[in-house]
Write a new protein. Structure first.
Length: 251
């Protein structure tokens, strides 16, 4: 492609319209220096500018590219082809933008999921001690849900496990409850504990206040630190049926 020849042809077309370089530059939204560079063959107009010049000068696009007139009839098929190429280029840019948006949304979603998982883990590891609760059934069996706490000397942090005590009871004439016996106890993992499970109730439960209070001695195996081996622990859980509270617990 001869840019100098094309530039001279553009100059002829402009002068044929009776326009100065400044006037043409203002119409096309470019600088006068840009128009001058086109007409001296130093630079070539962009594709969209070439199409606009072809329409403005009523000249075949191929004539502008070749730098000479070949036909007075506009080659509409050629022009449509160029427009399709331009549209395809624009569609490619749009597809690229959409792809980037999808990637960004995916990253935001992954970050949100990780944040939720972190929050749940943080809440679990820093959750307050659960409320104590007694459950009484019509068949005179019941459950107590509470906690058993100790302190890991190596890790300098408080460790705890969730306690479920299974017992039998009787209902007194005044509507109060009294313990009859304890069947089993189960420990569930919570903050700081590595190994927990079924524990053993040591015989010789101490009852007070007409068996409305009880001290239950349990034996269990657990490891309270990441470097500690499993050890046997003894713990005491004291319950009060009047207040339906855990009086105290110690390892």
């Amino acid at each position: 492609m001869d840019l100098v020849k094309m530039g001279k042809f553009l100059q002829e077309l402009r002068k044929g319209k009776g326009m100065t370089q400044e006037q043409l530059a203002e119409k096309l939204g470019v600088s006068q220096r840009t128009v001058s560079r086109w007409e001296t063959g130093s630079n070539m107009p962009d594709l969209d500018i070439l199409i606009e010049l072809s329409d403005f000068y009523e000249t075949d696009l191929r004539e502008i590219l070749s730098g000479e007139r070949r036909s007075e009839r506009m080659d509409r098929e050629m022009k449509e082809t160029v427009m399709q190429v331009a549209d395809y280029s624009n569609e490619g840019k749009i597809r690229m933008r959409r792809r980037m948006v999808r990637i960004i949304l995916l990253l935001v979603f992954l970050i949100a999921v990780l944040a939720v998982l972190w929050a749940l883990d943080h809440r679990r590891n820093n959750s307050p001690v659960p409320e104590e609760a007694f459950v009484f059934r019509e068949d005179m069996t019941g459950e107590f849900h509470g906690v058993l706490k100790t302190e890991d000397a190596a890790e300098k942090e408080e460790c705890m496990c969730l306690v479920t005590l299974y017992f039998t009871y009787e209902k007194n004439d005044d509507g109060s409850y009294s313990f009859v016996g304890f069947q089993s106890v189960h420990l569930e993992k919570d903050k700081g504990w590595k190994v927990v499970g079924d524990a053993e109730i040591i015989p010789g439960i101490t009852y007070r206040n007409n068996q409305k209070e009880a001290d239950i001695l349990i034996k269990y195996e657990a490891s309270t630190g990441p470097t500690c081996k499993d050890e046997i622990y003894l713990g005491v859980i004291s319950l009060d049926l009047v207040t339906q509270k855990q009086i105290k617990t110690w390892p």
